[in-house]
Write a protein that binds this ligand. Sequence first.
Ligand code: TXA
Ligand code: MG
Length: 339
Amino acid sequence: MKTQVLDKHQTDVAAEILKNGGVVGIPTETVYGLAADALNGEAVAKIFKAKGRPADNPLIVHIAELSDIEAFGLVRELPESAIKLAKEFWPGPLTMIMKRTDVIPREVSAGLDTVAIRLPSHPLAREIIKLAGTPLAAPSANLSGSPSPTTARHVLNDMDGKIDAVLDGGQSEVGVESTVITLAGETPRLLRPGGITVEQLREVLGEVEVDDAVLHRLADGAEAASPGMKYKHYAPRADVILLKCSDEDFINYINKHASDGVCALCCDEDLFLLKTKTVSLGRRGDYLTHARHLFDCLRRIDGNKTIHTVYSRLPSTEGVGLAVYNRLIRAAGFEVKEL
Ligand code: TXA
Ligand code: MG
């Protein structure tokens, strides 16, 4: 299959492919998605095949308007909490899990009785959903296990020849996947941190639990509230080692271990102090920028075949820092080295 590269004026071409049951890489404000008609099980199955995604990992359904939830009959009931969150954070990087109806194909829900719904803020994403005339199921457009794509080039690196097209909408603004919250239980619970912080969610809803899997490795045999959390994810080929230490110790430790195969994932302020290869997330403490650059940094490290070890600071868990922490702790296999 030849993968077409579409520009931002070709949303109609993308929508036509989607209407006909094809798969298209689309830009969103978080990361690029691999989209298909969410109400067409056969089309959705093609996403799993292209990504090599385990069949028990459900997909997010993307809509263009809040009213699409009722218009397409996606959920059994729209909880009050969902309406409050939608008012505050939609369109935007927030996914809400609710009890689904039978309109949702088995391929999308992966056997769960819930569905994850998101209304993206990226104008091209919304336009494509509107033109396609159907909600779009879309996971991140990477090969299963790899860092998520934040440019059309990243999508092509993973998916060329495997999907019908990718629409180039420039670099994703947020850079990490959406915040996922489930509203299907008694108390709202954060399943994946992202651009909307848990602090922001609590301001609107009051109590919000944080699922154990956000910060920790799942215990053997434990069931994941979000199936995606049990899989290895976001990992570059090289070993990622997270260091918990002072800034001074961070620099000294890396310089002591400097070699051709070593790279530091660091901040701009470290660049002139380090005697290794470096990839910078941005200015120290600027968590929004770190989130935006994270996956591109991991992919750049992957691009250098000599690198076998990556050292990084253990990120902060404050604000959007938690989203970066959640991705890097997985990339590091949950190991932290305290100096
Ligand atoms: O920002 C995003 O959310 C991007 C863009 C494309 O919208 N999409 C994305 O999709 O990150 P994906 O499939 O890579 O991640 C979705 C996560 C997975 O961990 C999955 O297990 C979880 O959401 N999920 C989806 N439906 C669920 C459900 N019904 N219950 C629990 N977890 C669910
Ligand atoms: Mg993903």
